[in-house]
Design a protein. Structure first.
Length: 220
């Protein structure tokens, strides 16, 4: 029996993942899950559509939470996307053993692996669409590239947590995102000067070209 201090839905998820890890996904029935979680079969189906929905239940909750978070005002949309991704990591890092059960089950069941790919894309699409909305005129390639990189970096760090018993702190992910934002030139703290920086200057139309050149030269 799983810890009944968990909320009802979380209790069912934990029971299911523990049974899947112990007996196998195909070999575990809904009746076994309901009994282990201390709920009725009808309650299970009211909360979840089927066994595969139990595996991805946390993601549905997280996606809804991230939509609400990104709907709030944010000074730097790029940093907001990174902060949203860190929320996902912290959720799974809070109960790494349960997350490892989920990871083991998904790896062994082809249909769950396929659904995981779709789920990962939903995060990426959420970030992509948010950036385009928050930054009108943003090149779609920049939006999708940043969203894809944030998602890929998150998954890489999360896999380190799932594959190793060693602790992987959230700072590992936040440090990686700091580097990513610097690479894009969008870090909230700004960027140090670089040789290939783009400089924009304005001069009166009547100013002689030679004087414009002299002033631009002095800015280097």
């Amino acid at each position: 029996m799983v810890d009944d201090a968990r909320p009802a839905g979380s209790t069912v998820v934990a029971a299911a993942l523990e049974l899947f890890a112990r007996h196998g996904y195909e070999q575990t029935s809904v009746e076994q899950i309901a009994q282990s979680a201390g709920v009725s079969r009808s309650t299970f189906f009211r909360q979840f559509g089927g066994k595969d929905d139990v595996v991805f239940a946390d993601h549905e909750v997280l996606l809804a939470q991230l939509r609400d978070f990104l709907a709030e005002p944010h000074e730097n949309p790029w940093a907001a996307v990174c902060a949203a991704s860190v929320q996902v990591f912290r959720h799974f890092a809070a109960d790494p053993e349960l997350a490892r059960h989920r990871y083991a089950v998904v790896r062994e069941v082809p249909s769950l692996r396929d659904r995981e790919i779709v789920t990962v894309f939903r995060y990426e699409r959420l970030f992509d669409e948010y950036l385009r909305h928050a930054l009108p005129g943003l090149d779609p390639i920049d939006a999708v590239a940043f969203a894809a990189m944030v998602t890929a970096v998150h998954n890489h760090v999360l896999r380190r947590l799932l594959r190793d018993t060693k602790r992987v702190p959230a700072s590992t992910l936040t440090d990686a995102y700091d580097d990513l934002m610097h690479r894009f030139g969008v870090h909230p703290d700004g960027e140090p000067p670089a040789d290939d920086d783009l400089m924009v200057a304005s001069f009166p139309r009547r100013m002689p070209a030679a004087e414009v050149a002299r002033r631009l030269s002095s800015l280097r």
